[in-house]
Design a protein around this ligand. Structure first.
Ligand SMILES: Cc1cc2nc3c(=O)[nH]c(=O)nc-3n(C[C@H](O)[C@H](O)[C@H](O)COP(=O)(O)O)c2cc1C
Length: 209
């Protein structure tokens, strides 16, 4: 598919058929994800691919438990509705045949050497630069999602599940200083979804000349 078509037609997919995704297709998505730009070409990522149904279900249950713990509905109607929504958006991935968990390594640069003994900490530089490693992960995840669509699959970016980040990291064997940055659900879409409404060009464009 033309890149322009992929970009213009992609939509987040949250409902999948039971059909399996050939592992070579997932590998191709990840290969392309790994070609994304990253801070100092550090490529601060590893893509853990989960196709084991029991582990995916376990991940979902861990997330659901955390949601119920953090957002009790207290029998209040509005809270019940909000809780149901959070549950859906953070754990629908349980029905996906593939989950790609993106492991992120910390941002480290030569700047660290320059910072030694100075007031500005690496953490502050990181904040000032708006977390270049997280930005890098975003580029890779976008490559992955666009590639999934290009290869005929549906995908959805997942950060809601990070409510149970510690538990998921333990389950997936991600150890400090690395963290679980995000996940992506991939599968055959149950239905074709048109691209959702986006802001108009005029709303997002500003020219300084
Ligand atoms: C950083 C990020 C995190 C997201 N996390 C979730 C999530 O946890 N659950 C979910 O259902 N969708 C998630 N999404 C998908 C967005 O909800 C979706 O992109 C948005 O509603 C626009 O729809 P579209 O992707 O179809 O254009 C996430 C998207 C991004 C970029």
């Amino acid at each position: 598919m033309e890149l322009k078509d992929v970009i213009e037609k992609r939509a987040s997919i949250r409902m999948f058929t039971d059909e399996k995704v050939p592992i070579n297709d997932v590998k191709e998505m990840i290969r392309r994800a790994g070609l994304a730009p990253s801070i100092n070409n550090s490529q601060p990522w590893k893509f853990i691919t989960i196709i084991n149904e029991e582990i995916i279900e376990q991940m979902g249950k861990i997330v659901q438990q955390k949601v119920l713990e953090y957002f009790p509905h207290e029998n209040i109607k509005e809270k019940m509705m909000a809780q149901a929504k959070v549950l859906r958006f953070s754990s629908f991935f349980m029905d996906a045949p593939v989950i790609v968990a993106v492991e992120m390594s910390p941002y480290k640069t030569v700047i660290e050497e320059l910072l030694k003994g100075r007031e500005l900490s690496l953490e502050n530089v990181n904040r000032l630069r708006n977390f270049p490693n997280i930005q890098s992960i975003g580029a890779a995840v976008e490559n992955l999602i666009l590639s999934a669509f290009d290869l005929g699959y549906g995908a959805c970016w997942l950060s809601g599940l990070l409510i149970a980040r510690n538990e998921l990291e333990e389950l997936l064997g991600i150890t400090s200083p690395n963290t679980l940055a995000a996940c992506v659900a991939v599968g055959h879409p149950r239905e074709i979804i048109a691209q959702r409404d986006k802001k108009s060009f005029d709303e997002i464009f500003e020219l300084i000349d």
